[in-house]
Every structure is written in structure tokens, then in C-alpha cells.
Design a binder for this molecule. Structure first.
Ligand SMILES: NC(=O)c1ccc[n+]([C@@H]2O[C@H](COP(=O)([O-])OP(=O)(O)OC[C@H]3O[C@@H](n4cnc5c(N)ncnc54)[C@H](OP(=O)(O)O)[C@@H]3O)[C@@H](O)[C@H]2O)c1
Length: 292
């Protein structure tokens, strides 16, 4: 990680809004570079570096927390009305602050179904699910805000503590096969390190407002599950055909199977030169296996 630290350091103050899975990984990593990091949660906490922010109850951090903030990362999804919680509650505070850069974690769901074809940032979004329409509207609101935002579109996020291994261990795994169906994914470490790489090299790299962060190898869920069972030394149950399994799936789980796309990372990895830590699910899941 030594190449990351020269221009990001103690002079920078990061505010991480929504410190869930990706946000807390980012916070933990950026602290190692000496940055001052404040995070938000919806629950009260004794941690002096954590503030309470909950758009649903209008619990909004005091302006003083924005003093000296140079970078903000928003990891908060749209609210139930489809509004962006951060813009809804904190837009003027951000506009009056000294923030230089805002990262917004979005989803590749905005591309909709490409019938298994590759999709990149230059393709028009074509959301299919209602939640993806809401997400695209939030992206548009961020761009319209005039704030210095950069949007990162993410496929399925996994990492130690949140991967197929947990589903197998908790007996929640559904082994389903659907012909020609693939999913794209990204290890949580690559979200953090890609963003840090872009910040670190911002003076030499062209700025792109929307960037996909995905690994090199979209593939079937079955391949991933089989690989995990192999690592655990267990026998995988016989797959069920999607058609036979779908009525037992929750609406949200069903909706994931309705879209089939391969998300391109060429902008990030070829044009901008980021080197993935976990290029494919095998490398990433081995890390999860060893660190969960
Ligand atoms: N998970 C995936 O596979 C995936 C894939 C693509 C994109 N994404 C998107 O990428 C972003 C990060 O994903 P993640 O999985 O790391 O998220 P996560 O673990 O679910 O964390 C979301 C965070 O948002 C906070 N939050 C939610 N609603 C809020 C509200 N109304 N007001 C204030 N805070 C609120 C939560 O607060 P608490 O800490 O209090 O719970 C939590 O810290 C999210 O926008 C997610 O939708 C996720």
C-alpha cells in the first residue's frame, strides 16, 4: 500500500456517511494513512469520531462537523421515497463547507438488463427495477447539485464477513442454476483501494464523473458457490433450476435473477490504470476464506 499515501494524509479530513460494510472498510484503510476520519451511523454511539445521521428521523449532524472536511464518501442508499438521504438533509451544509471531493457509491443496477452483454459507463443507463430508477434519479440529483461529486457504480459487494461462505455456514445458501446467467461482483478492498488510487493520482489522471468498479470476471453464481464448497471441503447440494426455485425466493432475490449483465471495468483498469487486488472471485474468496 506504500504507493497510496503521499498526497492523502494528515492534512485531509474525511467524512464517511453511512459506515456499513463498504464505508467501514474505507474508514479503516484511510485512517492508516493518517487522515482524520469521521463516520456516521443511525445509532447513538460513544465513539468520538462517529456522528449520528438519520435522514428518516431528521437527526442531522451539527455544522461544526463539516469544519475542515476535505473529502466526503456517501455510502447511503436512496430512502424509501427514492430521495438521496444525504442531499435531502445535508446539501447546504456541504455547499457551505470546504469539501474538495465527494464520492457517491451507486450501483450497476442502473444499467438494467443487457442480456449478458458487456456494459460500460458510455452506455445509456436503462434501469429495470424500481429501486434502480430511484438510484439513477439520486445520481442525477448529485450531478445537478454542483458539488464536486464522483460516482462509483458497484456490482455485488463481497468481502470477509459478507460472502457466500456466510450463506453456506448459516445454511441460507440457495444453489440455483439458470442458463447463461452471470453476475458481476467486487471485493470490498478494491472499492476502497480504487477510490484511494484515483484520489492519489487525481492531478495526473483525467477526471471521469462516473466510474464502474467491478472485477475482471463476471460469472455464474453456481461457479462461485461450487468454489466455496470446494474450499470448505464440503459437497455442494444439487442445483435447482431457477424456474423451479423462483417461487420460494423473496421478491428482492427474484429481482436479481431478472437482470443479466457483464460490467466492464476498462475505464478504471485500462484507461485509468488501477490494478485490482482481487481480479476474480477465486482470488477474492480465498481472502474471505482465510479472513472470515
Ligand atoms: N451490498 C451490495 O452488494 C451493493 C451492491 C451495489 C451497490 N451497493 C450500494 O453501495 C452502497 C454501500 O453498500 P454497503 O453494502 O456497503 O452498504 P451497507 O453496509 O448497507 O451500509 C449502508 C449505510 O447507510 C446507512 N443508512 C441507510 N439509510 C440511512 C438513512 N436514511 N440515513 C442515514 N444513514 C443511512 C446505514 O446506517 P447504519 O450504519 O446506521 O445501519 C449504513 O451505515 C449503498 O448505497 C448500497 O446500496 C451495494
Amino acid at each position: 500500500m506504500k504507493h497510496l499515501a503521499s498526497s492523502i494524509g494528515s492534512k485531509n479530513k474525511f467524512l464517511i456517511l453511512g459506515c456499513g460494510f463498504s464505508g467501514s472498510y474505507f474508514a479503516k484503510t484511510i485512517r492508516k494513512f493518517g487522515c482524520n476520519v469521521i463516520t456516521s451511523s443511525r445509532s447513538e454511539t460513544k465513539d468520538p469520531n462517529m456522528i449520528v445521521f438519520n435522514s428518516e428521523t431528521n437527526k442531522v449532524p451539527h455544522e461544526k462537523f463539516f469544519d475542515g472536511v476535505t473529502h466526503i464518501l456517501s455510502c447511503i442508499p436512496p430512502d424509501k421515497n427514492g430521495k438521496d438521504p444525504v442531499l435531502k438533509c445535508l446539501k447546504s451544509k456541504m455547499q457551505n463547507s470546504s469539501v474538495e471531493w465527494i464520492g457517491y457509491l451507486s450501483t450497476t443496477g442502473v444499467y438494467g438488463d443487457t442480456k449478458g452483454n458487456w456494459v460500460s459507463e458510455i452506455d445509456q443507463p436503462n434501469p429495470f427495477q424500481e429501486r434502480s430508477h430511484k438510484r439513477l434519479n439520486c445520481e442525477k440529483e448529485w450531478i445537478k447539485s454542483g458539488l464536486p461529486v464522483q460516482i462509483f457504480r458497484l456490482p455485488g459487494i463481497y468481502g470477509p464477513g459478507r460472502s457466500t461462505f456466510e450463506a453456506i455456514r448459516n445454511k441460507k445458501i440457495r444453489v440455483i442454476s439458470k442458463k447463461n446467467q452471470v453476475f458481476s461482483r467486487i471485493h470490498v478492498a478494491d472499492i476502497t483501494h480504487a477510490i484511494i488510487y484515483l484520489l492519489q493520482n487525481k492531478d495526473s489522471l483525467k477526471f471521469y464523473q462516473i466510474i464502474n468498479i467491478a472485477d475482471d470476471v463476471p460469472c455464474s453464481q453456481l461457479e462461485v458457490i461450487q468454489y466455496c464448497f470446494n474450499l470448505l471441503g464440503l459437497k455442494m447440494p444439487r442445483p435447482m433450476l431457477f424456474e423451479d426455485a423462483k417461487n420460494d425466493l423473496s421478491p428482492i432475490a427474484q429481482s436479481f435473477w431478472m437482470e443479466n449483465r457483464r460490467v466492464s471495468n476498462k475505464l478504471l483498469c485500462e484507461t485509468l490504470g488501477y490494478k485490482l487486488i482481487y481480479k476474480n472471485y477465486k482470488k477474492g474468496l480465498k481472502d474471505c476464506f482465510l479472513n472470515s
